[in-house]
Design a protein around this ligand. Structure first.
Ligand code: NCD
Length: 351
């Protein structure tokens, strides 16, 4: 049987380069079926008895918790490790040894590691399902999948198709792994215009631009904003990844590049969708996504984080080969959940 998502014939998701339009659509179909589980209307136990190792050797809040919650909501259980200091890697254990050891304990592994390529090295040393939860400045494929799922849902609200959209990526495009994965994944679609806005020091690496230039999409790069930037459909901001800078490296990030109401009014279509993988850096000097859009329905950031659950559930179901059991396993929940999870959700178009 051929696997829907695989790397070297193993059920592992290491890079969005593994995805095709067909596998994206199939994954999103399962995510749609699992949405009532994510919104706590239904329960699903297709992974009852299975155990996940959620290994995070780098800071994380939403990725670690949402992978863990997604696995639990499918009936599985989760073992966690956070940080190097509490792991045997601090004692000099190799990635391959760690991988083999953990494989004896669990049924699936999510790994985040500060070095690009480390998750692939780990995955080579096991036959178990592995998901790359972020490898340094490399990739973050599950984030790109939930971002794409969000884009498609948000556009369809206003009857629009993703093909032909104008998408702007703003911020740290050099070290931001979410935008590396996202632009590669988006290049599966036709007639897209990408506007890449970053200071000269933080522009998208050329090896990624080479991969996404398919002759059908337009890519324009800006380090200062001018009137050539306009009519953006989707704007996606990223945090400046200072923790990845080498000594003496400076971002030269200017307040003019900050994504805020002024930016939206000037450069975007009135129907723009505003996204960010989060966390946003709330310190004023960071010029990250402004809070002046917080009650604006075009701000999709919390719909985006919520979509992490159905997408990560769908990924586990597919990688563990239980996707065809989902529908028949759904049952009603027995407890009550608020209709809106956050006090401001009704301002921001939550379903
Ligand atoms: C991002 C990450 O870790 O790459 N966060 C996330 O997973 N949603 C973005 C960031 O750290 O800025």
């Amino acid at each position: 049987m051929s696997l829907l998502i695989s790397s070297e014939n193993k059920p592992q998701l290491l890079s969005v380069s593994q995805m095709t339009l067909e596998s994206v659509n199939a994954l999103f179909h399962y995510a749609d079926i699992l949405k009532p589980v994510a919104s706590r209307k239904k329960v699903c136990r297709v992974l009852e008895g299975a155990v996940l190792a959620n290994l995070f050797f780098e800071a994380s809040t939403r990725t670690r918790i949402s992978f863990g919650a997604a696995f639990c909501r499918l009936g599985g259980a989760v073992c966690d490790t956070t940080g190097f200091t509490t792991s045997s890697m601090a004692k000099g254990e190799s990635i391959a040894d760690t991988s083999r050891v953990i494989s004896g304990y669990v049924d699936a592994i999510v790994l985040r590691h500060p070095e690009k390529g480390a998750v692939a090295e780990f995955a080579r040393a096991t036959n178990l399902p592995v998901i790359n939860g972020g490898d340094g400045p490399g990739e973050h494929p599950s984030q790109a999948l939930l971002d794409l799922y969000t884009i498609i849902k948000e556009l369809s609200r206003s009857g629009k198709d993703i093909n032909g959209s104008h998408i702007a990526l703003v911020g740290d495009l050099k070290y931001g792994r979410t935008v590396h994965s996202l632009i590669k994944l988006l290049s599966l679609y036709k007639g897209l215009k990408f506007t890449l806005i970053a200071p000269k020091a933080l522009q998208m690496p050329s090896y990624i631009l080479d991969e996404v230039s398919n002759g059908d999409n337009i890519i324009e790069q800006f380090s200062v904003l001018d009137n050539n930037v306009r009519d953006i459909d989707i704007v996606y901001a990223t945090r400046i990844q200072k923790e990845r800078f080498s000594a003496g490296e400076d971002d030269n990030y200017s307040p003019e590049l900050q994504l805020n109401k002024r930016f939206i009014d000037k450069y975007c279509k009135p129907s723009v969708i505003v996204m960010h993988p989060l966390p946003r850096d709330s310190r004023a000097e960071a010029f990250d996504l402004s809070t002046d859009l917080d009650n604006d329905p075009r701000l999709a950031i919390f719909r985006q984080t919520d979509n992490g659950i159905p997408i990560r559930m769908a990924l586990f179901a597919v990688l563990m080969g239980v996707e065809s059991n989902i529908q028949s396993s759904l049952r009603d929940t027995t407890w009550k959940t608020p209709h809106f999870m956050g006090p401001n959700d009704h301002f921001t178009l939550h379903e």
